[in-house]
Design a protein around this ligand. Structure first.
Ligand code: NAD
Ligand code: GLY
Length: 368
């Protein structure tokens, strides 16, 4: 696969189907948006980091399609994935007199994408939106599949909606300005697809990790495309997470507890997911589903990708108890019982509960 070839991945969801376009030189090309429904106005939602880099170029690319293109700039950071930031989007929509056809463009990472999607789902009970993801994490995961949300101090992504974009425009060139730590954070969600769905992909990532970390265009093009294909396959079967889609949350139950427990923004989401995958793999091993070799293999890759593999001790007297308390707020929990995404055999995931004693052992050993 050449990095210069346009790749497309289809999300098949009946009347909510759409395409992900993947290549360089896409986000500032008017042709990327020419097929979108006609509307008088567009609103670009971005943040204080990505806006100065890319908003003007997107504005110019949208000008042939919309007579008015407005921009709203949110504060940058997971700690700003809040009602207050969401309200800034509604303020902009209302103050510009935006109507039901106004199209929102999420220009940024997963935080901007999740908030823009939620704003689009609720403004006038639903307006169109397009994802223009600029972080690796957003290109391989968060911009695809229609999960939108904001955080609550008591739990991550607890308030939101399923709402699909009209299109996803993954411009690989935008990854050139991403800080290295954010590239690693995105890699956590890329690595995730291997143990849950595709061992060949896991082996490919292991073999090409140096090229990925060096941002070689062909390597980036491959991981974005393969990740989107796997996510599209899952989402097309289970849009609203009645079952299968939960496997995409491998590492997230522990990871969300790390994020909420330390305070949003202290660890990057991808860092928490990376460490959370190590914890979930260890729990899978303690339940006899995978062997120590597989846990070691995954842990080694996650560490080489530049992600933490030792879990943080959370504030409070009872560290494991605090993890358990936070994990009970997870969206997969039923009647207070925590459901973990575990590896039942390498390349395949399942959702199941585990005895608190085993979970405590995993937390104690990962925090040591
Ligand atoms: P992020 O949105 O905070 O972006 C990471 C950082 O990189 C930010 O500082 C951002 O401003 C900066 N950035 C983004 N693109 C850049 C670029 N091209 N150049 C320079 N800087 C750039 O975080 P993220 O890792 O992109 O996304 C994490 C969020 O995504 C979390 O809130 C998580 O809950 C959410 N998420 C959602 C889904 C979903 O299905 N909706 C899936 C996974 C994660
Ligand atoms: N990132 C998890 C999901 O989209 O379901």
């Amino acid at each position: 696969m050449k990095a210069s070839d346009l790749q497309t991945v289809a999300i098949e969801l009946a009347d909510r189907s759409y395409h992900i376009a993947i290549r360089g030189s896409l986000f500032d090309n008017p042709l990327s948006y020419a097929q979108l429904p006609k509307a008088g106005a567009a609103l670009i939602v971005t943040n204080t980091t990505v806006g100065p880099l890319y908003a003007e170029r997107l504005q110019k690319a949208l000008a042939p399609q919309y007579s008015q293109v407005h921009t709203v700039v949110l504060p940058d950071g997971e700690e700003f994935k809040t009602w207050e930031s969401l309200n800034l989007i509604f303020d902009a929509l209302l103050s510009h007199g935006c109507d039901r056809k106004t199209t929102l463009f999420a220009l940024g990472g997963g935080v901007v994408g999740d908030m823009t999607g939620f704003a689009a789902a609720s403004y006038m009970r639903g307006v169109p939106f397009v994802q223009v993801p600029t972080s690796l994490l957003a290109q391989v995961d968060s911009s695809v599949g229609g999960k939108t949300a904001i955080n609550h101090p008591l739990g991550k992504n607890m308030i939101g909606a399923f709402y699909q974009p009209l299109k996803v425009v993954c411009d690989l060139d935008t990854l050139s300005t991403l800080p290295q730590g954010e590239l690693s954070a995105g890699l956590a969600e890329v690595i995730k697809y291997g143990p849950i769905a595709d061992l060949d992909f896991l082996a490919w990532i292991e073999a090409h990790l140096d090229a990925i970390l060096a941002r070689e265009p062909a390597a980036l093009a491959h991981i974005v495309k393969r990740s989107c294909e796997i996510k599209a396959w899952v989402v097309s079967q289970d849009e609203r997470e009645a079952g299968l889609r939960a496997i995409l949350n491998f590492g997230h139950t522990f990871g969300h507890a790390i994020e909420a427990g330390l305070g949003y923004g202290v660890w990057l989401h991808g860092e928490a997911v990376g460490c959370g995958m190590v914890m979930a793999a260890q729990l899978s091993a303690r339940l006899g589903m995978v062997d120590a070799f597989f846990v070691h293999r995954l842990t080694t890759l996650i560490a080489k990708a530049g992600l933490p593999v030792k879990a943080p001790v959370l504030p409070g007297a009872d560290n494991a108890g605090r993890y358990l308390e936070l994990m009970r707020v997870d969206k997969k929990s039923e009647a207070g019982e925590i459901k973990f995404v575990l590896i039942d055999k390498p390349g395949s995931a399942c959702v199941r509960s585990a005895p608190d004693t085993l979970v405590r052992q995993v937390i104690d050993s990962c925090c040591a």
